[in-house]
Write a protein that binds this ligand. Structure first.
Ligand SMILES: NC(=O)c1ccc[n+]([C@@H]2O[C@H](COP(=O)([O-])OP(=O)(O)OC[C@H]3O[C@@H](n4cnc5c(N)ncnc54)[C@H](O)[C@@H]3O)[C@@H](O)[C@H]2O)c1
Length: 341
């Protein structure tokens, strides 16, 4: 049994808790939140934009609970921590947990600056704990399919890739912390980084990025449309925004054009991913219905159980995703292409 301390029982913490409940035969869960109502399982004020996004009350009376994450980390019976607190706390809690020899799963974005990411990488190198950033899109079935067809080249070479992450302005985080760009990094680091990380995992680093954005007076970039330059793929466009009115909801999706076929998906249409090949009717390939959050946490646990470092997503790549997302924002702010080192 792995004793996992879940720190932060807000929107994403609740989604992680839902997975641990399904993994009871492998995990004993310990819960930590500074807010008394959340610690008591009263999540009626906790919303969200995907998966379990409805306020609810849960019976967590059977779980050991902490109000202070430092006390949880000092508990010698805790093997691993799952960090689901606001982004400014990612670095401090990760460093403390790794120093205590715990395994760490930390929500994306890894941190707000590349310097903080580097400090986290250095701490992981010295720790016996395994370390993974929760890059859930790498575990999402439709994106896994895209990666599979890219790798096995069943439709030929990739020519065009367009990824979309599109949302209403979020209003569900505690005290709206996510709308303060100094705390969240705005839509670029909080939302768009999912796709940045996916493209990085698929194609590696681009030669350069060039972006346009909608940057508000408080420095928050609520919308970014970026082009990534590669020699091998003629057009890679990655867009992310959260500037639509509340009733827009949330969408993620992509279009990939290969030499001999196209793959298209937009979650908010309710239609499954479709493949288009010349001379054939469009078809829906069989894609496992596994929940991305479940696959991500299951993988992290299996890395601990099998005593191996996570490979499906590495902290170094998560660090590079933060660097690339910040380079895109810099490009949008300066109105010029940024070379990527
Ligand atoms: N992977 C995804 O799909 C996804 C989705 C949403 C958010 N996130 C990330 O997860 C993190 C949390 O976002 P959220 O939307 O769940 O925020 P949230 O505001 O809904 O939840 C954060 C929780 O952390 C708790 N908290 C804050 N400070 C604490 C402290 N010092 N000690 C203990 N608990 C503390 C709060 O009380 C709150 O319950 C962010 O980094 C965000 O970018 C990831």
């Amino acid at each position: 049994m792995i004793r996992v301390g879940l720190i932060g029982a807000g929107f994403i913490g609740r989604n992680h808790l839902n997975q641990y409940e399904k993994l009871k035969d492998r995990v004993t869960l310990i819960l930590c939140d500074k807010e008394p109502d959340r610690r008591e399982g009263d999540w009626s004020k906790v919303g969200g934009n995907i998966a379990d996004s409805k306020g609810s009350k849960r019976d967590v009376s059977g779980l050991q609970r902490y109000s202070d994450w430092k006390e949880l980390i000092a508990d010698p019976n805790v093997d691993a921590v799952d960090i689901c607190v606001p982004t400014p706390l990612h670095k401090e809690i990760t460093l403390a947990a790794l120093l205590a020899g715990k395994h760490v799963l930390c929500e994306k974005p890894m941190a707000l600056t590349v310097t903080d990411c580097d400090a986290m990488l250095a701490a992981a190198a010295k720790s016996k704990g395994r370390f993974m950033i929760a890059q859930v899109i790498r575990f999402w079935p439709e994106y896994r399919f895209l990666r599979q067809v890219f790798e096995d080249r069943r439709y030929g070479q990739l020519k065009v890739l367009h990824l979309r992450r599109q949302a209403a302005t979020p209003g569900y985080t505690l005290n709206n912390w996510v709308l303060n760009p100094k705390l969240s990094g705005g839509a670029v680091l909080d939302l768009h980084v999912h796709d940045v990380d996916f493209v990085l995992g698929l194609l590696g680093k681009p030669k350069a990025v060039c972006a346009q954005g909608h940057i508000k007076p408080n420095g928050s970039c609520d919308r970014i449309h970026a082009q990534w330059h590669y020699d091998a793929v003629p057009l890679v466009q990655v867009e992310g925004w959260w500037d639509m009115p509340g009733n827009f909801g949330f969408n993620m999706g992509f279009t990939a054009v290969f030499e001999n076929g196209g793959v298209h998906w937009d979650m908010n249409t309710g239609k499954p991913l479709a493949v288009y090949e010349n001379g054939k009717d469009p078809y829906t390939p069989e894609i496992p219905a596994e929940d991305g959050y479940h696959a991500e946490i299951d993988y992290f646990l299996s890395c601990i159980e099998q005593n191996r470092d996570p490979k499906l997503t590495t902290p170094q790549e998560s660090r590079d995703s933060v660097a690339l997302a910040l380079a895109e924002q810099q490009s949008a702010e300066m109105g010029r292409t940024i070379e990527v080192k």
